[in-house]
Write a protein that binds this ligand. Structure first.
Ligand code: FE2
Ligand code: FE2
Length: 286
């Protein structure tokens, strides 16, 4: 099962040449599924959602699952924000919560951007348990939670952007057998296990954030990027690869590859390869 993880395209600030390079690379990678972890638009306007929808229509013909972000709720249009915060989103995409399953892998899409606390995000624990109780009735060997706001971050200065009560959320996700938590929001990619920020959390989870895939709103040291997840043995092993846009070549290239393995205490980092490692190989195209 190969999954392409995109995030934060912020349509309205997209770079057409990056969109073209991304679409070309994704079609070469032959994914089984594409997921988008929020901030689909810059200001939640109809034309920005239309651009996003046209972009999605150019992706390979596989399921595309989308979670909303804080930028997908109208900010100044108070009427729309109160009465129909996800109206434009749901006219074009399925609004979470929902589950998708195939080949023993289940993806749980959640909405972490409620209309008032949308900036820093929220997943109320009681409601989350209820939703997961419903969604996880289908048996699965490998579960992935997808929502916009991060439960971890690489830079200390971004800690205030981590979703409220992230550790509590991770405990609930653990109760329902989640293996991997995917998100975005801070435009700074990350892949690591939960032990770094939550050493007492058992079993350990894998956290994965993607940078912005096509927006000009990149941060210093974090160019446009996306992740490729290869679940070779569901519930036992996954490989995760990060691809960055290399401006001078005009193409996306793999820059980081990590293997994660499931042990008795949860997920651990197996082999990690630096991009300049002499044995470095990208995930083979299936
Ligand atoms: Fe964003
Ligand atoms: Fe965001």
């Amino acid at each position: 099962m190969r999954i392409v993880h995109l995030s934060d395209p912020h349509f309205g600030t997209e770079q057409p040449q990056v969109c073209d390079a991304l679409l070309e690379r994704i079609s070469e990678l032959v994914p089984d599924l594409v997921v988008l972890s929020g901030d689909i638009t810059q200001r939640a306007t109809a034309s920005q959602f239309d651009s996003a929808h046209r972009f999605v229509a150019r992706l390979p013909e596989v399921p595309v699952l989308v979670a909303p972000g804080n930028h997908d709720i109208p900010l100044w249009d108070l009427g729309r924000r109160i009465f129909s915060p996800y109206g434009r989103f749901s006219e074009r995409f399925t609004l979470p919560p929902f589950a998708w399953s195939d080949k023993g892998v289940q993806l749980l899409a959640l909405n972490s951007a409620p209309r008032w606390r949308h900036r820093n995000g929220e997943l109320a624990l009681g409601r989350l348990s209820k939703q997961l109780n419903e969604l996880t009735r289908t048996p699965a060997r490998h579960r992935i939670a997808l929502f916009h706001h991060p439960v971890d971050c690489r830079r200390h200065q971004d800690r205030h952007n981590v979703i409220r009560d992230a550790e509590g959320i991770c405990r609930v996700l653990n109760d329902y057998g989640v293996d991997l938590v995917m998100g975005g929001h801070i435009h700074d990619p990350l892949m690591r296990t939960s032990e770094h920020l939550y050493p007492s959390l058992q079993p350990t989870l894998v956290f994965l954030l993607a940078g912005t895939c096509v927006s000009s709103r990149t941060r210093v040291g974090a160019p446009n990027s996306f992740n490729l997840i290869d679940i070779r043995r569901p519930g036992q092993e996954m490989m995760i690869e990060r691809w960055d846009m290399e401006r001078n070549l005009g193409e996306f290239h793999p820059v980081q590859l990590c293997q994660f393995l499931k042990t008795e205490t949860g997920w651990v980092l197996g082999e990690a390869q630096r991009p300049d490692h002499p044995d470095r190989r990208s995930l083979p195209v299936s």
